[in-house]
Design a protein around this ligand. Structure first.
Ligand code: AMP
Length: 471
């Protein structure tokens, strides 16, 4: 192997190389080959890297190397502080530190909110080199003088953009004030808003800059598809896809915590093992759900954007957007959960007509058209309860010669459909979105707009799958 493209060639210590080999990594990812030499050299770093690029090893490996090379640890006085936005990410980073540092005499601990303070206080009575923490809980401990931050030599802000999104900027500033002035600073962020630039300007001293995936690009390893479907049929289509396509380890994104709970429950009723993971769940419930998902006890994990942020699941094959995110960048983050570190993945989005504007924004941002497909073998159940008051309004009388769609009325398959293969997902030709005969979903839109009437059957079929008994 070319030494330039190996971990050994990056100058990492032997115990780290052994741990890397045990983890099954053969070559460094691009962020690792660029970031590791810079961090080993002791300089500040600004890294534009999304989750899935191998960024965690990109900073933990050289940090472990540096800490093991020199210095003595003390109880409650960490030498390296890694701040993360979420508990899951903190736990994940700590796991990486343990994995890569297993042959080194480096002690680490993790602290986050939502769990008791006392076990963390007890852990702080022991020597610690690396502290991985979420900002709020760290400030609690600092306020109670359980932790002494005056010995921090290296500071990492991981997923700094998300920390700012979550309103942690004041906490971060308070923490910075507790750190010694002379230290090495590493800032990782997937996106670069003015606020991040401002933070970076104040924090970093002549930083090295590393960028791996261009901002807002979606990885080529992820096959992306859109199913145009009415909100009220999404749940049935999802169950259908999971069962017929035999998807395992599916991560499903919903826009709200309530929606995540409800969907997990509904999937359970359809005989699909699912759990919801979001900010209102206790830490124990989140950890359990993630462990069950990873060990394949649970087929589906339903998550909100923020909860999913810290999840590290190796080679996740399937991501589903049950609803598209309002912020197009979140789409990129979401599908970055699959197709990681060289593995192939698929991302399917279920899109109601209300969400077409979000889809357009995503396609503008990622500069690509996402293939529209149809599940030809899907038949929506009859009598799906209406999700808004408007949907139960009696339909207007149909004009002569125009089909009126009601759930009871059988719909004859179009000629083209009749001969189409049942189990194939058919690309939708030009990929352009068209209108829907379904009344808009008030749940998705959060506003009241009168339903539009169908112009014809072809348009209707896009968002309203055929009622049962139609063939
Ligand atoms: P991250 O971007 O840090 O969340 O890492 C994404 C995934 O890539 C994790 O599951 C890592 O275990 C894995 N990974 C990190 N570095 C490598 C590597 N050099 N080769 C293969 N997999 C890696």
């Amino acid at each position: 192997m070319n030494i330039e493209h190996s971990f050994a060639g990056l100058g990492l210590a032997d115990p780290l190389l052994r741990a890397i080999a045990d983890a099954g990594y053969r070559t460094p990812t691009p962020i690792q080959s660029q970031a590791i030499p810079l961090v080993l050299a002791g300089g500040d770093l600004l890294a534009a890297a999304q989750t899935g690029t191998g960024k965690t090893a990109g900073f933990t490996l050289p940090i472990l190397h540096r800490l093991a090379a020199a210095g003595a640890r003390k109880a409650g006085r960490p030498r390296c502080l890694i701040l993360t936005p979420t508990r899951e990410l903190a736990a994940q980073v700590k796991e990486s530190v343990d994995t890569y540092g297993r042959f080194l005499p480096v002690a680490s601990m993790v602290m986050f909110g939502g769990v008791g303070l006392q076990p963390q206080v007890n852990a702080l009575r022991k020597p610690v080199d690396i502290l991985v923490a979420t900002p709020g809980r760290l400030l609690d401990h600092a306020g109670q003088r359980n932790v002494d931050l005056s010995g921090v030599e290296i500071l990492v802000l991981d997923e700094a953009d998300r920390m700012l999104d979550m309103g942690f900027i004041r906490d971060i500033r308070k923490i910075l004030a507790l750190l010694p002035r002379k230290r090495q600073n590493l800032l990782f962020s997937a996106t670069f808003s003015d606020e991040i630039r401002q933070l970076a300007d104040g924090l970093l001293h002549e930083p090295g800059y590393v960028e791996v995936a261009r901002r807002n690009t979606t990885t080529e390893l992820v096959e992306q598809q859109v199913h145009l479907v009415a909100q009220k049929h999404k749940r049935h289509l999802l169950s259908h896809l999971i069962k017929t396509r035999q998807w395992f380890q599916v991560l499903v994104f919903t826009r709200t915590k309530h929606g995540a709970n409800r969907l997990a429950e509904q999937l359970g009723k359809d005989g699909i093992g699912a759990a919801a993971i979001h900010g209102n769940k206790s830490q124990g419930a989140r950890t359990r759900a993630l462990a069950d998902f990873k060990s394949a006890k649970l087929q589906v994990l339903v998550a909100t954007d923020i909860a999913a942020r810290g999840l590290d699941i190796d080679q996740l094959p399937q991501v589903v957007n049950f609803e598209l995110p309002n912020v197009p960048e979140d789409y990129v983050h979401r599908i970055g959960r699959t197709g990681r570190a060289g593995a192939k993945g698929a991302a399917v989005s279920l899109v109601d007509r209300e969400e077409m504007k979000h889809l357009a924004a995503i396609e503008r941002l990622t500069r690509q058209k996402i293939a529209r497909v149809e599940a030809e073998d899907f038949v929506a159940p009859v009598g799906v309860p209406a999700e808004s008051a408007r949907e139960v309004r009696p339909p207007r009388p149909a004009r002569e010669g125009q089909a009126r769609r009601t759930p009871q009325r059988p719909h004859k398959p179009r000629k083209a459909e009749a001969g189409a293969p049942r189990h194939a997902e058919r690309p939708r030709g030009d990929g352009r979105a068209r209108g829907s005969a379904e009344p808009r979903s008030a749940e998705a839109a959060g506003k009241q707009t009168p339903p539009r009437r169908a112009k014809g059957r072809q348009r209707a079929a896009l968002f309203a799958p055929r009622p049962q008994g139609s063939r």
